[in-house]
Write a protein that binds this ligand. Sequence first.
Ligand code: SAM
Length: 203
Amino acid sequence: MIDLKNWYDGHLYAKFLDPSEKTLRSMVVERIAPETTVLDAACGTGSLVFELAERCGQVTGIDLSAKMIRYAELQKEKDRIQNARFVQGDLAGMSEPEQPGFDYVTAVLLFHEIPSPMRPVIMSRLKKQGRTLILADFRAPLPLNVDGLFNRIIEMSGGREHYRMLRSFLREGGLPGLVQMCGLTIRGAACDRTGNFIVLEVR
Ligand SMILES: C[S@@+](CC[C@H](N)C(=O)[O-])C[C@H]1O[C@@H](n2cnc3c(N)ncnc32)[C@H](O)[C@@H]1O
């Protein structure tokens, strides 16, 4: 059987999806104080890591996909970026430090890709890594406007299981529902112009 899972990781993601997330990335970047340390969880091609590296002290990106990490490493070498590093790994298996090692943890478009029972597990792991979480993902309910339809089509192209996870994420209230379930506090929230995405600052 053809495996549609993550077929677009790496170069294709960088060419076709990264540009469409520019606004979302800037909504995240503007919430991060300069000269701080950041862990970008599920960093993908590293696009947010590179933007943050321009204003932050040290930025670390972690992602499950070897293809994504390979792409990010090549970009880092090409652009000679000194204060970024990339790690391939599963967020669910991350060790839990006694003290948060980062000022911020960012997670953009991660949670809609995680199976429902694992979402609180990963959220609690991320919370142990950083003092403040900046989370961004699809807004629940996802609007039925042009952007909403485009986003649904993109998500369907990831395969049936991928789309099922998005639907369960939205049904369970998206990021605000998850944050509330984990007993964390929302300190700030913003939506993009299309109403498709939400950014939360969480403590
Ligand atoms: C939709 S992409 C978003 C990538 C990037 N944050 C962005 O905004 O472009 C979701 C990413 O989550 C990663 N991912 C999914 N599950 C993961 C896990 N358990 N641990 C680490 N990364 C994971 C995928 O490999 C993929 O790169």
